[in-house]
Design a protein around this ligand. Structure first.
Ligand code: G3H
Ligand code: ZN
Length: 298
């Protein structure tokens, strides 16, 4: 099987994006994996056979699922099915938590210093990159490090309005300096999206800015805050140079609503598998559509 780095390279070359979806429970993992397998079976993706997919665990999600448990789940599926499913430590905010994730066996990590000053963001990111490189050298693994510059708001939740300070776009000049100073593998710039579902609407992606940042940095770019964006925002962004797209809030909402509906419709049901299956199905439906779009599958 190819490494995650190789799959991302392939996505870059083919002008498609790998889907990154966060989980908090088995329903999420099953829904996402079912969707990825179904699209793989359709054929016609840029990857030829099995469609790669990345599962994200933020610090909070990792705490709830369990760090070792998350790694064990993803590795078990990958090894059993020989399927390119990978695990990312999403939005980790300290060197310690990044180090713990790397040591536990995550395939990639995101050090999120977006709220820090440029200098402090570079400093903490560099520390994480150096650690990942040393682990890779000692173990033969290839843990990837991503970092974010330009605050796009925190939390995959429902927001009334765009949070203060969020949405300031990353300049190509800062992007280049940040990438050069840190040596990261993937870069998450602020290009118009905001984390979460915004009640008052979702801003558009500035695809020209994506093109410029891609041109100057030359490394794979990641789009965060995908929930609620229109299809053409995704396709334009991917065409402009986005190689990984993150979705979380849409999954959380679908999960919550499906369970709520199942309980309301059958208040005497107490078998978890029966109450929770609709959540798996609802998540699968969302991820299926997103993955088709990201990968140009008709
Ligand atoms: O890292 C997670 C994502 O960027 C999720 O963003 O909640 O808008 O889907 P979202
Ligand atoms: Zn994010």
């Amino acid at each position: 099987m190819k490494t995650l780095r190789e799959y991302i390279k392939q996505a870059e070359e083919k002008g498609v994006a790998i889907g990154h979806f966060n989980i908090s429970n088995l329903e999420g993992l099953r829904g996402i994996y079912n969707a990825a397998k179904k699209i793989s079976a359709l054929g016609g993706s840029a990857f030829g056979g099995k469609l790669p997919v990345i599962i994200g665990l933020s610090e909070g999600e990792e705490k709830f699922v369990g760090r070792a448990e998350g790694v064990a789940l993803i590795n078990a599926i990958r090894n059993r099915d020989n399927y390119p499913i990978f695990l990312n430590a999403d939005h980790h905010s300290s060197f310690e938590s990044v180090k713990n994730a790397i040591d536990a066996g995550f395939d990639m990590v995101i050090i999120d210093g977006a709220k820090l000053s440029f200098e402090d963001n570079v400093k903490i990111t560099k520390e994480c990159v150096d650690y990942a490189r040393s682990v890779n050298k000692d173990t033969g693994r290839d843990v990837l490090v991503e970092a974010e510059l330009g605050y796009i708001g925190s939390g995959s939740d429902i927001k009334d309005t765009i949070p203060e300070g969020a949405g300031i776009l990353t300049t190509p000049k800062d992007a280049l300096k940040f990438v050069q100073d840190t040596g990261i593998d993937l870069f998450a710039p602020s290009v118009g999206s905001i984390h979460g579902l915004i009640k008052s609407g979702k801003p558009h992606i500035n695809a020209d800015l994506v093109t410029e940042i891609k041109k100057v940095t030359g490394i794979p770019l990641v789009l965060h805050g995908g929930s609620g964006l229109r299809d053409e925002d995704f396709t334009n962004a991917i065409q402009a140079g986005i190689s990984v797209v993150h979705i979380n809030s849409e999954i959380r909402l679908a999960d919550r609503d499906a369970v709520k509906k199942a309980i309301e419709e059958n208040p005497n049901e107490i078998v978890p598998a029966k109450i929770l299956q609709p959540a798996v199905d609802a998540i699968e439906k969302i991820v299926y559509e997103r993955l088709k779009l990201f990968n140009g599958v008709k």
